[in-house]
Design a protein around this ligand. Structure first.
Ligand SMILES: [Fe+2]
Length: 324
């Protein structure tokens, strides 16, 4: 097995000369050490089956979900055949397009994600890759005054906030879906639970920093994101070839989907490893959850007014979203 750092970047490595479908313990230990160091790993041309994706993901911990097709723009039938691409107005396409803004996975749930992987099956002719950004190097690049200012600040995280803010999309609130009414408060600075390295834990789901005005909060979150992506050494774009597997640490890296021609099929197998205690905010039944629900309701009311001229606002889909 060969692990090669991506050139001219602060993060990322490409792993070759290994078969993830037949991975020995020694190679796994080296992969585990590498993803903690590099933040993300590209495994070219692995062509893992659903079962093999799940088995590889489970080596890192309990799965939030395994080998799902939810990030593909069409459905894969039991026999492996594919149907029509999803309608651009469908709620799942809105979710997929929403993912084109920088984010960390599942920060809108009680436990944010530990790590995630995508295996490419069918790629559109152009685009459809994944961009990643190094929030550790971004944090390190902040001046001391900013580090001091944000040291004790937190933001609420909600997928309904990000859909409304980014797309003017207002899916109907449903408790057992990602469009629930909770918002989870998370510190802006995360100390990585395994490496101890600090990083900026922000992204599209983050809003309403307690103690700051709405304008101050929005400006601060945007300015921190701007710092991360200001240096191209901290941003990497992976354009998949079929069979590639991309693996990233959601506790150290931001990512986003890259746009493509949505009339062409893009089929990826998605697996997400669940966060641990270090990724836990609180449960909806906990006392502190009430403030998050209030913050989200207030924010959505303002966004409903502010985004009324933008796409999706007038035709929000009312169904079709499964329970994640
Ligand atoms: Fe994602």
């Amino acid at each position: 097995m060969k692990i090669t750092a991506v050139e001219n970047k602060t993060f990322g490595a490409v792993v070759t000369d290994v078969s993830l479908a037949a991975l020995g313990d020694e190679d796994f230990a080296a992969i585990e050490a590498a993803y903690l160091e590099y933040g993300f790993l590209v495994f070219p041309e692995q062509f893992l089956s659903n079962e093999e994706n799940i088995a590889f993901g489970e080596r890192f911990g309990e799965l939030e979900f395994g080998a799902m097709s939810l990030l593909s723009n069409n459905n894969v039938n039991e026999d492996g055949s594919t149907g029509e691409v999803l309608h651009i107005e469908s709620q799942r396409m809105r979710m997929i397009i929403g993912n084109e803004t920088w984010h960390t996975d599942s920060t809108y749930k009680p436990y944010s994600s530990k790590c995630a992987m995508l295996s490419a099956v069918v790629m559109p002719g152009l685009g459809g890759g994944t961009a990643l950004a190094d929030t550790r190097a971004g944090y390190a690049a902040l001046d001391q005054a900013t580090k001091d200012r944000i040291a004790d600040l937190s933001a609420y995280h909600s997928n309904r906030y990000s859909q409304a803010n980014d797309l003017g999309d207002f899916p109907v609130q449903q408790a057992d879906t990602i469009y629930h009414g909770e918002a989870y408060l998370r510190p802006l600075v995360k100390r990585h639970p395994e490496t101890g390295v600090m990083n900026l834990f922000i992204g599209r789901h983050a809003f309403a920093i307690p103690g700051l005005s709405r304008d101050e909060s929005r400006a601060l979150l945007q300015s921190l994101l701007d710092v991360i992506v200001a240096d191209e050494a901290r941003v990497y774009e992976h354009n998949y070839r079929p069979g590639d597997l991309l693996f990233w640490d959601n506790r150290a890296i931001l990512h986003r989907a890259l746009p493509y021609d949505y009339s062409q099929p893009r089929i990826v197998i998605a697996t997400r490893v669940a966060g641990e205690e270090s990724e836990f905010a609180y449960n909806p039944s906990d006392r502190e959850a009430a403030a998050g629900r209030r913050a989200l309701a207030e924010e959505l009311a303002l966004l409903a007014e502010e985004t009324k001229d933008r796409r999706y606002r007038s035709t929000t889909a009312r169904s079709g979203m499964a329970a994640f």
